[in-house]
Design a protein around this ligand. Structure first.
Ligand code: SF4
Ligand code: SF4
Length: 54
């Protein structure tokens, strides 16, 4: 299982601050979840458009 950010992302940045490991980063005009992620799922519920999925 690997979490990813899908194209429904509106770029609000909320998930970045929700991650205790700093595993979500802005890359160009998109956000990505890096290998630092330990799948704690803290970010999943913070996304207003449910763009972080398995
Ligand atoms: S699941 Fe947890 S560690 Fe992974 S990106 Fe989301 S908040 Fe960060
Ligand atoms: S919280 Fe959701 S919409 Fe906002 S940047 Fe993260 S993935 Fe995109």
């Amino acid at each position: 299982m690997t979490l990813k950010i899908i194209e429904e992302c509106i770029g609000c940045g909320t998930c970045v601050d929700s991650c205790p490991l700093g595993a979500i980063v802005e890359s160009g005009d998109i956000y990505i979840i890096t290998d630092e992620c330990d799948e704690c799922r803290a970010c999943v519920d913070t996304c207003p458009v449910d763009a972080i999925v398995d």
